[in-house]
Design a protein around this ligand. Sequence first.
Ligand code: MGD
Ligand code: MGD
Ligand code: MO
Length: 744
Amino acid sequence: MDRRDIRQDQVTAEGADVDKWVHSTCNLCSVGCGTDIAVKDDKIVGIRGINEHSINKGRLDPKAKYQWIPNNSEDRVLTPLIRNSAGELEPASWDEAMELVVRKSKQALKEKGGDGVSIYSTGQGFLEDYYTIGKIGRAGLKTHLLDANTRLCTATTEWCLIESFGSDGVPASFDDVDKADTIMLFGHNPAETGTVLWDRILTRKKATGKPYLIVVDPRKTPTAEEADLHLDLKPGTNLALLNCIQEQLIEHNWIDPDFIQNHTIQFDSLQKELENWSIDKASSITGLPADKINLAAEKLGKTNTLVSTTLQGAFQSSDATASCVAINNIHLMRGLIGKEGCGPLHMAGQPSSSANRTVGGVGTYPANRNPNNPTHIKEIAELWNVREEDLEIGPNKDIIKQIELIEKGQIQFFWNIHTNPLVSLPNKGRARKALEKVFLVVQDPFLTETSEVADVILPPAMWGEKEGTMENADRTINLLRKAVEPPEGVKSDFEILVDYANRMGFQDKEGNPLIGYNTPEEAFEEWKRVSEGRPSDMTGMTYERLEKENGIRWPCTKENPEGKTRLYEDFHFPTETEYCQSFGKNTFTGRPLSKEEFKEMDPDGKAMFQVTRYGGPSEAPQSEYPFWLNTGRLVWHWHTRTKTGRMPEMEEKAPQVFVEINEEDARHLSIREGDQVRIVSPRGKVEVPAKVGNKMNKGEVFVPFHYGNFEGEQTPNEMTMDEVDPLSHQPVLKHASCRLEKVG
Ligand SMILES: Nc1nc2c(c(=O)[nH]1)N[C@H]1C(S)=C(S)[C@@H](COP(=O)(O)OP(=O)(O)OC[C@H]3O[C@@H](n4cnc5c(=O)[nH]c(N)nc54)[C@H](O)[C@@H]3O)O[C@H]1N2
Ligand SMILES: Nc1nc2c(c(=O)[nH]1)N[C@H]1C(S)=C(S)[C@@H](COP(=O)(O)OP(=O)(O)OC[C@H]3O[C@@H](n4cnc5c(=O)[nH]c(N)nc54)[C@H](O)[C@@H]3O)O[C@H]1N2
Ligand SMILES: [Mo]
């Protein structure tokens, strides 16, 4: 069914004759392509796709081909920096920098307790780093302030899976993408953001006509242009469409009553909630013609196999979790899960954001454990050899809540690892003031918008210069070997974390170092023991196997060494009260449910239909701000451009920020292609050149979020909202109101 030929993409520096190729994985995006790194004289000189890797079969994304260039960039930070009394960053030794970091974190712990210290990490590091952060955070610092940029990225994946199936873990995999008759890409633009996966879909479509492609996105994206059915709904109306589709499936009896009866609970309450939905109602809210909604419902109702992907157009909105739960409901009512070519495939974005959720570096507990289940906490305490009462549990505080706690003076020490929040966080003005207030450690190979307000900079080794594993969007664990020694003066994120734990004197209950391992592989071996018996069991994996077999999906045990292509093939879901990852939350308010409430539902191995009530967007255009502001990605750039901005091949494709405007709107405002336009939202403004065309619907504008503030007021996050989804606490980065003014 997989129709791709091998096509090995390779780029090396001119004239480089390569000494060796070292096994690795692409570090840009969650598809997880196997790559070999070219090495010459202990320097990275190129990259190629791995032909035997089933995910990419030798292919590489355009950016991926140049991702080794920033490693060799002249402007890497090669020594720790400390801000002096004159306000300048000054070179320091590792001892000086780490002693300052330790002193300041001890001071914050003394004055404010565990919640005086925050570690804000990433979805682009290694599983072993995250596992270490989780252990340091829970058993060392005893903080509730472990979060990451994954909050902005894939927190909704985690929560919609918990709500429906009792645990994180995406049910379908990329292999199902090859088999599905119908694929619905919901708020997902893989033609720009997952090009190798997109190529896999298109190659099959061109050869066989399958799959039927439904694309839900208000913009005419390159993905939408290939769709059989493009639903260009109004921004923020996802759940109105999905509620109507659920209602239509029931009304037309396009459902699987046996599956519903045998493997799910709460269908009746959902059915009742949906009664007042109709095509007309959905049409008036979404702006979609009735016949398009009708067609979508019929296609989804009649297809024999279905994969639904979701990404930021679903996650970065105020009904994020509810919308993704509605998609789970659709799969459950049609019985299209746990079967070949079927299942929800809620995506990840960053190359290893899933790993952070799995191992507990990001407010979750290791191996999908439930913090409100004392047995699970006891297990962690035993595995870590610490006293149960010394393990910090309780509600985790997400990054937006943390900004508020900084404003209130609660958080004093903030350790920012592998993310650039002063470009990527919403409502940037507020975020910047907050980060100016704390003692800020920035761990980054480059000076960024965030390091402008840092007190200490710790320079890390980059991709290719360190060893570890990553988890991609379909539960595949991939290995990255160290190809070269890092430049002199820098240390890997893992080494920095272990060094910090030892300097802090964190110990287990017998006085041994809390972090008892010294290498990433030793950390992985410890993690494997922690994962045993849990949904994300990895006890059957070894570094050697991961390299030889080009990645393995969890769960992977000794009994099931091949890993699992898809979850829930036996239609058994991890919803037993004593096993589940969480007792869940109220799907409308986000209030956490108690064990008693969960027990009352009594799913006991069945999947859970959840009521999905439409709330509508939290901010919408009105008189003073009549336009919708949409933000997102371009194929040429990676996030805040600290990497792609250093690749001349990518910079020249998209050197500058812009605002994309519908041609009628532009005419109305006398704006022409290239004119400078001021975009003003209730929170901030930027001035950028206009791009006029027909990709945007009237009343909607789009700005790529990649561009920071080094070259003037450019970042759209000056204007975005720090409202969050009530369950996943993912910020509503895709929807804000704004007005346009022609400058000059
Ligand atoms: N080139 C490139 N690729 C990347 C990245 C990158 O920076 N550059 N980053 C990676 C990461 S971390 C992530 S998270 C992914 C993100 O990948 P995607 O989610 O595919 O990318 P985005 O552009 O953020 O958003 C997707 C689409 O959501 C649409 N959208 C906006 N509002 C709505 C709405 O109300 N409803 C619906 N249905 N859609 C809406 C936008 O128009 C946009 O086209 O990409 C990954 N891949
Ligand atoms: N308006 C708007 N805002 C958004 C989004 C959107 O769609 N719209 N999308 C959101 C999403 S989904 C995401 S994922 C975020 C991404 O936002 P960020 O995570 O803030 O963006 P990056 O540029 O990937 O930042 C990674 C940083 O890590 C550094 N780095 C590189 N390699 C290493 C390493 O090995 N170790 C360490 N310690 N550092 C390293 C890089 O130099 C860079 O500064 O943005 C979010 N913000
Ligand atoms: Mo992301």
